[in-house]
Ligand binder design. Structure first.
Ligand SMILES: Nc1ncnc2c1ncn2[C@@H]1O[C@H](COP(=O)(O)OP(=O)(O)OP(=O)(O)O)[C@@H](O)[C@H]1O
Length: 296
């Protein structure tokens, strides 16, 4: 059974339709990278999952519990780190995370261990006993993230959890997210940093203008929408090497391209394989207004 099952979801704010017929599923242990330009509907989708916005149409279930029919029961399965950081500024980082663990029902005798492990995973040990109001923006975001993960909910919604954090901390956050998924958590991870999606080996749903523009694994999307060019540098007798560029279906075409040089092979002095980045692929898909992908 999928941990999160979103079917034909539409959400409107007054006349403005923010999501239209969006369907997606997240299985246990799966990370779904939710991508899309500003205003695409990522936060709206997460807010609908926790029952904070009411769908105009469609259905959402979490661990088999229908969100519209049983919002509190469904919400109990979800850890949500919203984009807006919500922490108690006069409590310490540890107190914030511990109180949240208690609210989420982590048994008292397990709280200290769960809190310590989560603070440590997010590199917060050294600052755990400082009041949150004295922490930097990136440190506060990690405390906020720790609150969402400490109770190890079956479903985790992380809305741009690495905004404003430094590169080392970003790696720690990604590792923590990967470990949680490896332990079985289903994770919906929204971000504008595409290398994160690759690092997490996430499945991708790309939203554009409230609909699913495309979906799939990173490699699959690069294959479908990206391009690969092989540059061959060929030695010339009386001048600098010249470059021949060959557009191919993927890096697997390299042997055929090299063999194609035939008797000129001995003049090959270098080669480069240039692949589209995910950024390029997504810019292209969003700009092309790709036909919405089929629901899973
Ligand atoms: N409370 C609201 N009232 C009216 N319109 C809203 C509200 N919240 C969001 N919207 C609109 O709905 C659309 C989707 O917004 P949403 O915040 O879900 O996008 P997003 O993909 O999370 O964007 P970002 O990448 O900037 O966080 C936008 O056009 C936004 O202006």
């Amino acid at each position: 059974m999928a941990v999160l099952d979103v079917r034909d979801l539409s959400v409107a704010y007054g006349d403005h339709v923010a999501l239209r017929d969006v369907s997606l599923r997240i299985e246990p242990g799966q990370i779904l990278g939710l991508l899309g330009p500003n205003g695409a509907g990522k936060t709206t989708l997460m807010n609908a999952v926790v029952g904070a916005v009411r769908p105009r149409a469609g259905a959402i279930s979490v661990c088999g519990v229908d969100v519209a029919a049983h919002p509190r029961r469904a919400r109990a399965y979800v850890g949500y780190a919203e984009q807006e950081i919500a922490v108690f500024p006069t409590l310490t980082a540890r107190e914030n995370v511990r109180d949240w663990a208690a609210i989420c029902g982590v048994p008292r005798r397990q709280q200290d261990e769960a809190v310590a492990a989560t603070l440590s995973a997010l590199l917060l040990d050294r600052i755990a006993d400082r009041q949150v109001r004295t922490l930097s923006g990136g440190q506060r975001r990690r405390v906020h993230c720790a609150m969402a993960t400490v109770a190890r909910p079956p479903l985790l919604l992380l809305d741009e959890p690495t905004v404003g954090v430094d590169p080392g901390t970003r790696r720690a956050v990604l590792e923590h997210v990967r470990e949680l998924a490896d332990a079985g958590t289903a994770i919906c991870y929204s971000t504008h940093y595409l290398p994160e999606v690759e690092a997490l080996q996430a499945e991708v749903v790309l939203l554009a203008d409230g609909t699913v523009a495309t979906r799939g694994g990173v490699a699959d999307l690069l294959d479908r929408y990206g391009s690969t060019v092989i540059d061959l540098r060929i030695a010339e007798q009386d001048s600098d090497p010249r470059t021949i560029s060959v557009k191919v279906a993927g890096p697997h075409a390299l042997p055929a391209v090299v063999q194609g040089l035939g008797t000129d092979l001995h003049r090959l002095v270098g080669l480069d394989i240039r692949r589209s980045s995910l950024d390029e692929v997504f810019d292209r898909v969003v700009a092309a207004g790709e036909v919405p992908a089929d629901a899973p």
